[in-house]
Design a protein around this ligand. Structure first.
Ligand code: AMP
Length: 427
């Protein structure tokens, strides 16, 4: 078969009807967990000023350098399809004066994000994320709450074998000491690094730690670690975070290579991965961290904060693989069949009455032959079939056939709902 002329753009995908159950399950769990933890939903535009991301995520990050979909409007505004959610949430916090609300402000969001990435398993150019931002509090317990909320959602979706990877990259002062030590080390090992890392080493050295190249990984195994350069305050912050995690018994491991190279992160950074053996083992399902300077980077005041985001497609793929429990749509127990033009005309109002009474009804209006309609009823496993023929349509009656007992009665159309409810109760 030849390929259809039009297909989804590279790296983008349709969410087909049969997959919607997973997305609905995620929405259901999000609502429950966010309501418990008192998060309020925010929706921000899909397009933002591109410089919002340049300023916050950072000029020398992959996201901004290579992955942003940007456009110029007719009015010459430079916009970007949002690649992530934190910058927009902080923009909204500043723009709407949320600083005057009781702090911290707890926000959550869900929606599509866009990154011009090389498409591969678990990596799309349009994907969905849900995320949280807790803005206006510097206490380390907030870092742990961010982790816990994401962990609880994944757990409630049925995902097991979850592991939190955690690290601290310090604040501006200790990070700059660490960066210096790292650059010194990388310079000495320059010839063992891939060409990408040799470039990153100059513009964003922390990013080198993320490199998946085997030779680079080998070199990095003895690289300096950020935790060894933390100032006393950052050290205490990390210690507190780990102690809270110990209390919660959330499985975690310190990962000195985890830096999540976006410019806005400070202190805690984390990812949640699945350790289940699979093709995508180790890919982050969720990631986040503290971003105490972001508000100031965007022209706002002091607003320490912490947040996280999770990739919905990756979660769905994991749910599918472990056969997580989802709610498949209920099939109608009642089927409506009609014979002849007058009956067909009277069908829609009868179906409306059943819908208003909360009774789900199947039909096959495109088919006129009773046999074909009953065929569909039996495929659906309908318990009751309502049959409206020419004679019944004229007399305001309807035939009600109980498919389990094969008993058929004629009732007045006014009594359909009562009759159907009785049969359904009998089961
Ligand atoms: P990040 O905003 O990069 O921290 O990503 C947070 C989460 O979003 C990741 O842990 C992934 O689950 C998901 N994610 C990020 N980029 C993509 C992508 N290109 N395609 C699918 N999911 C993604």
């Amino acid at each position: 078969m030849s390929k259809p002329k039009f297909q989804t753009p590279t790296g983008m995908h349709d969410i087909l009807p049969q997959d919607q159950v997973y997305y609905e399950k995620i929405q259901e769990v999000l609502k429950k967990v966010f309501s418990f933890y008192d998060f309020e939903k925010i929706d921000t535009p899909i397009l933002e000023d591109a410089n919002l991301f340049v300023r916050s995520v950072g000029e020398n990050t992959d996201i901004v350098e290579k992955e942003m979909f940007t456009l110029r409007t007719k009015g010459k505004d430079f916009l970007a399809l949002r690649p992530e959610g934190t910058a927009s949430a902080m923009r909204a916090y500043i723009e709407h004066g949320f600083v005057s609300l009781p702090q911290p402000v707890r926000l959550w969001y869900y929606g599509p994000f866009f990154r011009y990435e090389r498409p591969q398993a678990g990596r799309y150019r349009q994907f969905n994320q849900f995320g949280i931002e807790i803005i206006g509090e510097k206490d380390p317990i907030i870092d742990v709450q961010s982790i816990l909320v994401m962990y609880s959602i994944l757990h409630d979706l049925g995902l097991k074998n979850l592991m939190v990877k955690i690290n601290s990259i310090g604040d501006d002062d200790c990070r700059s000491l660490y960066r210096k030590a790292l650059v010194k080390y990388l310079r000495e090992k320059k010839s063992t690094l891939c060409s990408d890392c040799q470039r990153r080493m100059k513009v964003n050295p922390l990013r080198v730690l993320d490199c998946k190249n085997e030779k680079c990984q080998e070199t990095l195994s003895s690289a300096p670690q950020s935790v060894d350069y933390l100032c006393d305050e950052c050290k205490k912050h990390l210690k507190d975070v780990l102690e809270y995690l110990d209390e919660l018994k959330v499985p975690y491991c310190l990962d000195s290579r985890l830096v999540r190279g976006l410019d806005y992160y400070t202190r805690t950074v984390f990812e949640i991965i699945s350790t289940r053996e699979s093709e995508n083992m180790g890919d982050a399902l969720a990631g986040g961290g503290r971003y105490d300077n972001l508000s100031k980077m965007l022209g706002g005041g002091e607003a320490p904060a912490c947040g996280a985001a999770a990739g919905v497609e990756r979660i769905v793929s994991e749910m599918r693989e472990i056969k997580a429990k989802v709610n498949f749509p209920s099939v109608p127990e009642i089927f409506f069949a009609q014979i002849g033009p007058l009956a067909k005309k009277k069908s829609l109002p009868i179906l409306e009455d059943l819908r208003k009474a909360g009774i789900k009804v199947g039909e096959a209006f495109g088919k006129d032959a009773l046999k074909a309609q009953l065929g569909k009823a039996s495929r659906l496993g309908a318990k009751v079939v309502l049959i409206l023929g020419q004679r019944e349509a004229l007399n305001n009656m309807i035939l009600v056939r109980n498919m389990q007992t094969a008993k058929q009665v004629e009732v007045s159309q006014e009594d359909i709902i009562k009759e159907v409810k009785n049969i359904l109760k009998e089961k």
